[in-house]
Design a protein around this ligand. Structure first.
Ligand code: COI
Length: 351
């Protein structure tokens, strides 16, 4: 077990009341740990939440050497659960490899998350759409402007009480981005690193300017195959079958994606993980075979999509309401996450 020193705040904040947004309110404490070549990862500590201090020359600020994760803690009936934290710990190390950040022991990662969440457990919001969002991240902080692999890093975890990302199961429109691309073979698309999100902002701006919530990415070579959407993996229900792009080097391997595939199979739905082109999707929409679209992600959980905007044209999905499969998956997944349904896949970790 890693030793973690704990300094509690002497100024606990008021807990937020009413509707919670996403990502703007933070709890009383945060976890920090440093890395240098001499000591490796060291000085694990929980301290009062506050600003970090580092040099304006820190590598992360200039070259984006960083990775992050998104997880959630759920409270119900006095119990508190994490959902598949082992998947995040593993993916974090895969991301770190891609941007040359040192590996972090997966058991220590989970211990750090558990210890911080337990300390701030009274921040876990009540309510079916609410949870405590957990953001672990690694940043390179050598104060050096040359392009080099940093020799010093910070690992941090912050927590925020969060409500629904887009509103509970509220359908959104997405714009198919056919000029910019997010990721290419050999790039960083599979890693959860800030640069992928920096590269997404211009497409997000275009999507929002056209009344959509997020952009849908096509592949970086032919702009033909669907990859993923802004903050989520994407699923289609076509003619009763569930289709989702097969994982590749340019697609983030979502924990929610993996869980939804398992649940669909458990519901005896046929799941096809395969390349799917935007032309196939539009044709399915036009022939009436496209029944539902939904995104999956830790932050959004399940986000139904009722409109695709492609080349200046709106293509409506189903009758515009949240589809029955989207709703059933949302209800089942959130019940498992909150300890309200049997955990037959062993996904929950009580803390
Ligand atoms: C998540 O779903 O946890 C994400 O990381 C998406 C986003 C908020 C960046």
């Amino acid at each position: 077990m890693m030793e973690i020193s704990i300094t509690k705040t002497d100024k606990p904040q008021e807990k937020p009341q009413g509707v919670l947004g996403f990502g703007r309110i933070f709890t009383d404490h945060m976890f920090l740990m440093d890395y240098n070549e001499e000591k490796g990862w060291h000085d694990a500590r929980i301290v009062p939440y506050g600003n970090l201090e580092f040099s304006p020359a820190s590598a992360v600020l200039h070259y984006g050497q960083e990775t992050f994760e998104g997880m959630k803690a759920y409270g119900s009936g006095g119990k508190c659960y994490l959902f598949r934290p082992d998947m995040n710990a593993k993916r974090s190390n895969l991301s770190n490899v891609r941007v040359s950040i040192p590996q972090f022991p997966e058991d220590d990662y989970i211990q750090a998350v558990k210890t911080l969440v337990k300390l701030d457990a009274d921040w876990i919001p009540e309510g079916d759409d609410s949870s405590l969002y957990i953001r672990p991240f690694f940043i390179a902080n050598d104060p050096f402007l040359g392009v080099a692999i940093s020799k010093t890093y910070l690992f941090a975890i912050i927590l925020c009480p969060a409500g629904a990302y887009f509103g509970s199961l509220a359908p959104v429109g997405i714009r198919v981005e056919d000029e910019y691309v997010r990721a290419v073979r050999g790039g960083t698309g599979r890693a959860k690193t800030g640069g992928n999100y920096a590269a997404s902002m211009a497409a997000l701006a275009r999507a929002q300017a056209e009344g959509c919530a997020q952009a849908m990415w096509l592949d970086g070579v032919e702009r033909k195959y669907i990859e993923e959407v802004g903050t989520m993996n994407i699923f289609f229900k076509i003619n009763g079958k569930i289709v989702t792009p097969a994982l590749s080097e340019s697609i983030l391997s979502g924990v929610t994606r993996d869980s939804i595939i398992t649940l669909c199979k458990d519901f005896n739905l046929t799941v096809e993980e395969r390349p799917i082109t935007i032309d196939e999707l539009i044709a399915a929409a036009e022939s009436g075979e496209l029944e539902e679209i939904f995104g999956t992600g830790t932050a959004v959980v399940i986000s139904p999509v009722n409109k695709l905007r492609y080349k200046g044209r709106d293509i409506m999905v189903g009758n515009g309401d949240t589809g029955e499969t989207s709703r059933k998956l949302y209800d089942t997944l959130t019940a498992i996450q909150r300890g309200k349904a049997e955990d037959k896949f062993g996904w929950r970790m009580e803390i």
